[in-house]
Design a protein around this ligand. Sequence first.
Ligand code: GLN
Length: 492
Amino acid sequence: MLRLLSIAELTGRLARRESSAREVLQACFDQIAQVDGTVRAFVSYDVADAMAQADEADRLLAAGMTHAEKPLLGVPVALKDVLCHRGQPCTCSSKILKGFVSPYDATVVSRLQAAGAVVFGRLNMDEFAMGSSTENSALWTTTNPWDPARIPGGSSGGCAASVASNECFASLGSDTGGSIRQPAALCGVVGLKPTYGLVSRYGLVAFASSLDQIGPFTKTVEDSARMLGVIAGHDPRDSSSVPQAVPDYARALGRDLKGLRIGLVKEFQIGGVDPAVDAAVRAAVRQLESLGAEPVEVSLPHSEYAAATYYIIAPAEASANLARFDGIRYGLRVDGRDPAELNSRTRGAGFGPEVKRRVILGTYVLSSGYYDAYYLRAQKVRTLIRNDFLKAFEQVDAIVSPTTPTPAFRIGEKADDPLQMYLSDIFTISCNLAGNCGISVPCGFTDASSAAPRLPIGLQILGKPFGEETLLRIAHAYEQSTGWHREKAPLA
Ligand code: GLN
């Protein structure tokens, strides 16, 4: 069955001309028709445009083009609805962008297409990427392919659910405080947040510009390396993107872990971690040890302040970034007697409650009199958090932890309690504050019970800035020695 293949397997098949790109894309659409009524990952897709891309891939394959030249030739990839794709709607799962059509391609989209990918659909998310469950989407809540009564995680919930249910072969999402790694963990797929500055954000609708990164959701670590190789690299159109050469990530895979030191964070031994998650991560550490890695305890003394720091800095930046949605330039407009009334009516009608909460919070911490007490202080704590990581990485090559404290929770369970929801990101947030890279790989399952079916658990591995090769090497060695990634969701 085509849809079950990894990118590595699929490109082999396409290269041998055993399947056409059109058949592969059709397999995605068939699966969407089969399961997306339940999963609800896709916000929109353009069948004619996608088929034209697939036909072009088939034409190139017939003309002898190889995957050495175009590594994703014929591979269907879907996008979080926050990335601009020319001529396609971009809603950020918000009512305020109703009717907006992207006038240009994000750099990651141009790079996918230059690599031959068939970029074909848009995936649900928490509104403007604020949330951990997709319940903040103004459209609907995406469900978890392992249990449709549960959330897929967020904010890139549609990205994780679409890959876990084999509706596409990979997707691109964004991670500001965990939005790639957390949903990947809860849906049992691989999610990579690259180092800040490695991947261009040109054409990504900004949430918190000092934290946002784009990264891939894939079925395997090898596929993650392939996707990263395509999207990484300097872009003069994003001033935060770093001008340095992109290594061949796939070449870093397949080595053992002898001589590597793996950090276990003293301060991450907190209460509130689900016993099944704790047990799976402990077993993963033993597995890494058996592969030759040496576990070492490290300290990140300021990590207890990470969530508080994040929930000042991210809303502050969001309040500035979202000022552009003024009812005049983009999407929705609710008329008023004057521009000020038009602006406030449009924003009142167009933004959902979580976005309003963040804009109000962000405006408050930036306002005169409070700036020094909150925003400036949070920036100082951020520096302490970054320094903690730099120190820890003098002792170890990577740090491991659970990706999330619990497996996927029930839809509605935390929807009315923002503080509980914010705690979903307790292990992922500090990586964004520090600007490091991180990945979540499947590391086991909860036991099925009368209360819940078996649910996936994610292992988070954090790496040094621009340490993606080592990160992927560890993740790959772990994945290949355990095989958790081969387990399929009921809706796969
Ligand atoms: N859940 C976090 C938040 O709500 C992180 C979101 C993200 O990474 N985009 O802000």
